[in-house]
Each structure stands twice: as C-alpha cells, then as structure tokens.
Design a protein around this ligand. Structure first.
Ligand code: FES
Ligand code: FES
Length: 158
C-alpha cells in the first residue's frame, strides 16, 4: 500500500501507485483545494507543491512520491487563518469563480520560495502555466506582488 506525506502528515492510501495524485487528494484524503480542470497538464488548476516545486497533480502518479513531501493549498492556512500568500489573494480580490485559485496560489508559493522578490517578468513567466477562465490575471499578479512585499500595482497592462 503506497504512503503519501501531505501537509506534514504521512499516511497509507488505498489507491494504486499509478493513480494520479489529484484523485487521491480529492477522493481519498478529502483535500479538495486542488481542482480537476483538464486532466491533461494544460490548465494548472491541479497544481500542488512537491518539495518546493510546483507540480501538476493530475499528471503525477502517487508511486513517484514515496518519501517525498507534498504541500497543498490547505497546508498554507485555513479560511479562519489564511497564510500570507492566501491573505494577499484575498486582499486583492483575486478570485472570481475561484476554480483556478488553489493552483495559482501553489504556483506562486513555489515561485516565492525560490525567488522571494521576483520581478514582474519573473512572476508572469512562472505563472504562465496556470490559466484563469474568469480573466482575473491582473489581480492574481497584484496578489503575488503584494505577497512579495512589492507595490501591488505597477501600471502594467495585461
Ligand atoms: S487538471 Fe491538471 S493541468 Fe489541468
Ligand atoms: S477565478 Fe475563475 S477560473 Fe480563475
């Protein structure tokens, strides 16, 4: 039986090793933050972090995660006590429907771990894998800048 370490907790899971992490998070562990968008690695809605790197959980079989540490959006804070990056997304009203937001937050979290004060170009480059059907990209960029301690608005155009 595979084991998974998610948000600091290690547990055995029922799913077969080839099962995509996204399904195990949502169906077995009750962690519904990461979303199923395309299931094909094309939208980023399912993004989580594996040891500091943004990973598409719809494409990642749990068998490759043995002994590795997974962080989901639930691991960064809670609705009652959001973490700093989550608080920045809230402050900038970055969510419209919200479907993309957990993936956006996790992509941004991995970026800020690697580059604490990214430039506008670095943020755009890192976030380009994640799509938002509602078109809130500018508010998402502002949230990432805010979390990085930069002015939330640079006058940049979409
Ligand atoms: S659901 Fe994983 S990239 Fe779209
Ligand atoms: S807020 Fe709706 S898809 Fe991004």
């Amino acid at each position: 039986m595979p084991t998974l370490t998610v948000n600091g907790r290690t547990q055995a899971v029922e799913a077969a090793p080839e099962t995509p992490l996204l399904y195990v998070l949502r169906d077995e562990l009750g962690l519904n933050g990461a979303k199923f968008g395309c299931g094909l690695g094309q939208c980023g809605a399912c993004t989580v972090e594996v040891e500091g790197r943004a990973v598409l959980s719809c494409l990642t079989p749990i068998g490759v995660l043995e002994g590795r540490s997974v962080t989901t959006v639930e691991g960064l804070g809670s609705p009652e006590n959001p973490g700093p990056l989550q608080a920045a997304f809230i402050a900038e009203n970055a969510a419209q429907c919200g479907y993309c937001i957990a993936g956006m937050v996790m992509r941004a979290h991995a970026l800020l771990r690697a580059v604490p004060h990214p430039s506008e170009a670095e943020i755009r480059d890192a976030m380009r894998f994640n799509l938002c059907r509602c078109g809130t990209h500018m508010r998402i960029l502002a949230a990432v800048r805010r979390a990085a301690g930069e002015p939330a608005t640079t006058g940049a155009t979409p």
